[in-house]
Design a binder for this molecule. Structure first.
Ligand code: GLV
Length: 308
C-alpha cells in the first residue's frame, strides 16, 4: 500500500517528516526511488510521468498536489483509478491574495499610475466607486467562491459564470455557454479561475474579448490553456482591453522572446498564484487516504467526464 510522491526535493523532506510523525503506518516513497511499482497504490504529484498508468498497474488513487488536474490525462485514466484534486486551504489562501491584489490594482488604476511614474507624470484620475466596478469571476468552484467572498466587502458589483448555473449571495450568476455573452458584457474586470477541460480550453479568445466592454481588463489565474495568447495581444494592442494580469502561460517557462515578457499592458508572474502548503495539504491528503482505506468517498474526487 505504498504512497509514491513525485515532488521537488525540498518539498519531499517536508512530506516525509509529516508522514513519519503522523502516519507512520503508511509506507511513503519519493521519486525516483519508486521501489517495486506493483506496491504503489497511491501516487501524489503535480506533474506525473507520461507512463503513469502503464507503469503502476496496481494504482488505486492519484492525488494531485494541485487544485488543477488537467495534467493527469483524464481521458486515459484506467477505470479502477480515482483522481483527486487538492482542496488545500493554503491554495485557496494564495488565490484570494493574488486575486485580491490584482482586482484592487486594476480597480485603483495601478497600471496607469505605474506607467505615469515611469514617464515622470504626476496626474490624478477620477476614482470610480467600487460599487460601479463590475468584477466577474469565471469558475465558481471553491476557489472562485473564496475569491468572491474576499471581494464582497469592498462593495464591487460581482458576477460569476460557471458551466451549470449556481446561486451565490450577492453575486449575479450566469450559467452555460448561452449566458456567457451576457456575463462578459457585465465585466470591467474578468478573472478566470476555471478548471482546464476540453470545454474550457481556449475560452479566453477573441470572441470572448470582443464581448467584454471596451476598456475591460483580464486576470488569468486558471491555466495557460484557457488563453489564446495571440488574441489577448490583439485585444490589448487594439486598445479594446486595457490591461492583463497573467500568472499562467501555454508554455511554462516561456521562451525568452515570449511577447508577454515585456508587454507594457501585461503584468506577468511565473505561476505563483497559489502553492500547495504541505503542512495544510497533509491533513487533507491523509484524511482522503483514511477515507479510501475505510471505503468512504474522498473529498475532491474528480468526476469522470467533467474533468474536475
Ligand atoms: C496550481 O496551479 C494548482 O492547480 O494548484
Amino acid at each position: 500500500m505504498t504512497l509514491l510522491f513525485k515532488v521537488p526535493d525540498e518539498r519531499a523532506s517536508v512530506w516525509k517528516a509529516l508522514f513519519a510523525e503522523h502516519a507512520p503506518d503508511i509506507p511513503v516513497r519519493f521519486w525516483p526511488d519508486i521501489g517495486d511499482p506493483a506496491q504503489v497504490r497511491y501516487f501524489a504529484a503535480w506533474q506525473p510521468p507520461a507512463d503513469l498508468y502503464e507503469r503502476f498497474t496496481e494504482l488505486e488513487v492519484v492525488f494531485a498536489t494541485s487544485a488543477g488536474v488537467d495534467q493527469f490525462d483524464l481521458a486515459h485514466v484506467p477505470d479502477l483509478v480515482s483522481v483527486v484534486r487538492m482542496l488545500d486551504p493554503g491554495i485557496a489562501q494564495g488565490i484570494i491574495e493574488y486575486a485580491g491584489f490584482a482586482v484592487l490594482g486594476l480597480h485603483r488604476q495601478l497600471p496607469t499610475y505605474l506607467q505615469q511614474q515611469r514617464e515622470g507624470v504626476w496626474k490624478a484620475h477620477p476614482l470610480l466607486a467600487a460599487s460601479k466596478r463590475r468584477v466577474g469571476v469565471m469558475g465558481l468552484g471553491n476557489l472562485g467562491q473564496a475569491t468572491l467572498n474576499t471581494l464582497r466587502p469592498f462593495g464591487f458589483a460581482l458576477s460569476g459564470w460557471s458551466r451549470t448555473l449556481k446561486t451565490l449571495p450577492g453575486v449575479q450568476c450566469y450559467g452555460g455557454l448561452e449566458q456567457l455573452p451576457d456575463f462578459l458584457g457585465s465585466c470591467d474586470i474578468l478573472l478566470c479561475l476555471l478548471p482546464l477541460t476540453h470545454d474550457t480550453a481556449g475560452i479566453l479568445n477573441a470572441q470572448t474579448f470582443a464581448a467584454l466592454p471596451a476598456g475591460a481588463s483580464l486576470i488569468n489565474l486558471g491555466r495557460g490553456g484557457h488563453l489564446v495568447e495571440a488574441d489577448l495581444l490583439a485585444a490589448l494592442d487594439s486598445g479594446h482591453l486595457a490591461h492583463a494580469i497573467v500568472d499562467v502561460l501555454q508554455e511554462e517557462p516561456p521562451r525568452s522572446d515570449h511577447p508577454f515578457l515585456d508587454h507594457p499592458k501585461i503584468w506577468l508572474t511565473p505561476h505563483i498564484g497559489a502553492m500547495t502548503d504541505p503542512h495544510s495539504a497533509f491533513e487533507v491528503l491523509l484524511e482522503n487516504i483514511r477515507r479510501h482505506q475505510r471505503g468512504e468517498d474522498m473529498v475532491g474526487l474528480v468526476e469522470p467526464g467533467t474533468g474536475y
